[in-house]
Design a protein around this ligand. Structure first.
Ligand SMILES: C[S@@+](CC[C@H](N)C(=O)[O-])C[C@H]1O[C@@H](n2cnc3c(N)ncnc32)[C@H](O)[C@@H]1O
Length: 66
């Protein structure tokens, strides 16, 4: 399962929410063996009492996953 990045190199899409598989599409070229990252798009503050700091390292990192 890919890690979250605030500047991901793939996104997930499906045309049918009942589809049992997800597909990852590259947003830019990824080297063979390179890490795939996607934006989890969690809503920061949506889980009371739960904080997850983001360590993606992007210059524009939001700082928190949750
Ligand atoms: C689905 S798992 C990610 C993949 C998992 N680490 C693995 O090795 O298969 C999701 C969890 O990984 C951690 N994680 C993923 N991306 C992260 C990031 N950018 N910064 C901090 N933790 C992250 C968080 O704890 C998050 O709840």
């Amino acid at each position: 399962m890919p890690q979250h990045s605030c500047v991901p190199n793939v996104f997930v899409d499906t045309h049918d929410p009942r589809f049992p598989w997800v597909s990852f599409f590259a947003l830019r070229a990824v080297r063979a063996g390179g890490e795939l990252t996607w934006n989890y798009n969690y809503d920061v503050g949506s889980v009371p009492g739960k904080v997850l700091y983001c360590y993606c390292g992007a210059p524009t990192c939001r700082g928190q996953l949750l």
